[in-house]
Design a protein around this ligand. Structure first.
Ligand SMILES: O=C(O)C1=C[C@@H](OP(=O)(O)O)[C@@H](O)[C@H](O)C1
Ligand SMILES: C=C(OP(=O)(O)O)C(=O)O
Length: 445
């Protein structure tokens, strides 16, 4: 989906970063707002939707399955849904671009409808494992024809009525949890997902908001049991999508690292299943204040006031990983500037994101002078104690937006330029990245 020609860039900070910015809407919540609106009967309205390529792939797919989705000139999205059970057979393959969330959640929706859909994606997405959703959705009765290794392109033949499932998640994945719950929407009886480690709970919150009967309890071992009553009727909603904490992480860490910086990032989601990075950075010594805490669209939100702070290395408890899984690439950059050693483990999942984020970050950080040791499931980083990195290397973004943005931020605190070979992937989740960073005082060349 990206522009054909790569767009190389390097970022620098001639002085402190200062100002107030607003990051775009939360990607996870944006996907879900389109999917559930497309299943409600009547008109839903979504404001603050992330208009990034990943979310637009979801919108196109929901249109191809019958929903009427229109963006007004005022930026408000109006969606007329087809009703649970009403998805239509798409006329052609659904192009998921770079988006794992679109693919896995939509596979769940198709699995319990009487339709067949083929999913295709870019080179990055086509390497990512889909077996984790094929397995539970297969138990519900859907049939799959996948490329070797359970990868895209793949075809899903839904079963209607599907068979309700009780499933214990073998990996901490909100995408797998959500795929099963979405399949459960059009399945008679109760679908149960048991989650030993909590992951982002946007699906649960929004399903309830749309009127689905969903209960969350805990078993004796503290695992969450999410029970959804199927053949749900969803009522259209007005949704305001809060700002994405995973996008806010980049200007946030930039402000911590660039001396003298003082930045406010408004309207950022601080749902505790997403906000792990703030706690970890504070423990490292970061000055981050949460202002005007409030609830927007059923999600807790705050303005983040961030000031440059000397950071110290810590051992990051593996248990916080799911609440900040997409923020590790930028935490690696922060750790490279901290004093002392930061140890991060329990991050196996990073190897199956848009790129192998452990390997790609370790290689790139080494190339710009950071001292890193790659572990099978994480990284150990000896920081500079605030001194700039050497820089002076070109980094391959590997079709991974978070790699591109992490090295853009690393460039702000490097002596020589850090060239990101292609910033185009940033359009999947944070199209305004360069504009917002330059508005704070960074320079992009
Ligand atoms: O459910 C979601 O919206 C997401 C869940 C996470 O993936 P996993 O479920 O694969 O951990 C995360 O990395 C991704 O960016 C978005
Ligand atoms: C992993 C990510 O997204 P997805 O799985 O939707 O491609 C991400 O945004 O960092």
């Amino acid at each position: 989906m990206h522009a054909a020609a790569p767009s190389p860039s390097s970022f620098s900070a001639p002085g402190a970063l200062r100002g107030r910015i607003r990051v775009p809407g939360d990607k996870s919540i944006s996907h879900r707002s389109l999917m559930l609106s497309a299943l409600a009967v009547g008109e839903s309205r979504v404001s603050g939707l992330l208009e990034g390529e990943d979310v637009l792939a979801t919108a196109a797919a929901m249109r191809a399955m019958g929903a009427d989705i229109v963006r007004g000139d005022d930026g408000l999205w109006r969606i007329h849904g087809v009703g649970v059970g009403g998805l239509l057979q798409p006329g052609q393959a659904l192009d998921m671009g770079n988006s794992g969330t679109s693919t896995r959640l939509l596979m769940g929706l198709v699995a319990s409808h009487p339709i067949t859909a083929t999913f295709i994606g870019d080179a990055s997405l086509s390497k990512r494992p889909m077996g984790r959703v094929i397995e539970p959705l297969g138990l519900m009765g859907a049939e799959f024809t996948a490329s070797p290794g359970g990868r895209l392109p793949l075809m899903v033949r839904g079963l209607c009525p599907a068979v309700p499932l009780e499933y214990r998640l073998p990996v901490a994945s909100a995408q797998v949890k959500s795929a099963i719950l979405l399949a459960g929407l059009n399945t008679p009886g109760t679908t149960r997902v048991i989650e030993p480690v909590p992951t982002r709970d946007h699906s649960e919150r929004m399903l309830r908001g749309f009127g689905a009967a969903l209960e969350v309890t805990e078993d004796d071992d503290g695992a969450r049991i999410i029970a959804l009553t199927g053949e749900a009727e969803l009522r259209p909603q007005a949704i305001t999508v809060p700002g994405d904490p995973s996008s806010a992480a980049f200007p946030l860490v930039a402000a911590l690292l660039v001396p003298g910086s003082d930045v406010v990032i408004e309207n950022v989601g601080i749902n505790e299943t997403r906000a792990g990075l703030i706690g970890v950075l504070r423990e490292m010594g970061a000055d981050i204040a949460l202002l005007h805490e409030r609830v927007v669209g059923g999600e807790p939100v705050a303005d983040l006031h961030v000031r440059h702070s000397p950071l110290s290395g810590i051992e990051v408890p593996p248990s916080v990983a799911p609440s900040m899984i997409d923020e590790f690439p930028i935490l690696f950059v922060a750790s490279a500037l901290a004093s002392g050693r930061t140890v991060m483990r329990g991050l196996d999942e990073l190897r199956v994101k848009e790129s192998d984020r452990i390997a790609v970050m370790a290689e790139g950080l080494s190339a710009i002078g950071a001292r890193v040791e790659e572990l099978p499931d994480g990284m150990v980083i000896e920081g500079t104690g605030g001194d700039p990195l050497a820089g002076g290397a070109t980094i391959a973004a590997n079709l991974d937006h978070r790699i591109a943005m992490s090295f853009a931020v690393a460039g702000l605190v490097s002596r020589q330029p850090v060239i990101v070979d292609d910033m185009a992937p940033v359009a999947t989740s944070f199209p305004q990245f360069t504009t917002l960073m330059t508005s704070l005082g960074a320079e992009a060349a």
